[in-house]
Design a protein around this ligand. Structure first.
Ligand SMILES: *Cc1c(COP(=O)(O)O)cnc(C)c1O
Length: 225
């Protein structure tokens, strides 16, 4: 039952925030591989922010759910040739990791829409297989975003490597928090540090996350992909 799972997750986030003495994070419901009807069930219980990994999959669900006032976040790697559709159909893109993508999103975000909210994705564990920029590249990407009226820099996002031990994972989250605080000092309007998923949301909250991205804890296990 999605609604029971939603109240359970919201409750766990609230408790984790209380324990850590931090504000409650936002919950992004990650709907990859789930049908639009699953998302609609959560929306009926008040969830508004949804994350999708693939542009085409998201567009199909958006078309099925147009009557609902949902906020769509792109959280999967974005190829430049999909930037036009991403810029027109999402409220947030969390996976900005290169200057070329900033340019493409700015070119395609329609001026009559509100500015597109952007998070810079950081490859915090320096994994060669993963997307995301290096920490040293954050300043120039942030600066470029600032050139465009139709883009809005909101913060940082990371998918730390699934380390077996808590200390290693906590170190990655702490490194992200430090980068986030630097960015906040440099730019007004930076308010979002997106990190933490079903398995490590509580740890992420204790280490500075303001938005957790949760799939399985809300919708159950995904079929193997
Ligand atoms: C799938 C996914 C999530 C959610 O992961 P769960 O383990 O299902 O909570 C969060 N962030 C990204 C980028 C994802 O791809």
């Amino acid at each position: 039952m999605p609604s029971e799972a939603l109240s359970k997750v919201l409750n766990e986030l609230r408790i984790a925030a209380q324990h850590a003495g931090v504000p409650e994070p936002r919950l992004l419901a990650v709907g990859k591989t789930r049908p639009a009807s699953d998302l609609a069930a959560l929306a009926a219980d008040g969830q508004t922010a949804f994350g999708e990994n693939y542009v085409q999959e998201a567009l199909a669900k958006q078309a099925a759910l147009t009557s609902l006032p949902l906020e769509w976040h792109l959280i999967g790697h974005l190829q430049s040739n999909k930037a036009r559709e991403a810029a027109r159909h999402f409220a947030w893109v969390q996976t900005v990791d290169r200057l070329k993508l900033v340019e493409a999103l700015a070119k395609h975000r329609p001026p009559e829409m509100p500015p597109l909210n952007l998070l810079i994705q950081v490859n915090i564990d320096d994994e060669t297989t993963k997307h995301g920029c290096q920490p040293s590249e954050i300043p120039e990407i942030a600066e470029r975003i600032g050139h465009f009226q139709n883009l809005k820099l909101r913060g940082l996002m990371a998918i730390p490597a699934p380390a077996p031990d808590t200390e290693t994972r906590a170190r990655a989250f702490d490194a992200m928090r430090a980068l986030f605080l630097d960015l906040q000092n440099a730019y007004a309007g930076v308010d979002t540090l997106s990190m933490g998923m079903s398995d490590d949301a509580e740890l992420a909250i204790a280490h500075g996350s303001t938005m957790v991205r949760v799939g399985r804890a809300l919708f159950g296990e995904r079929a193997s992909q």
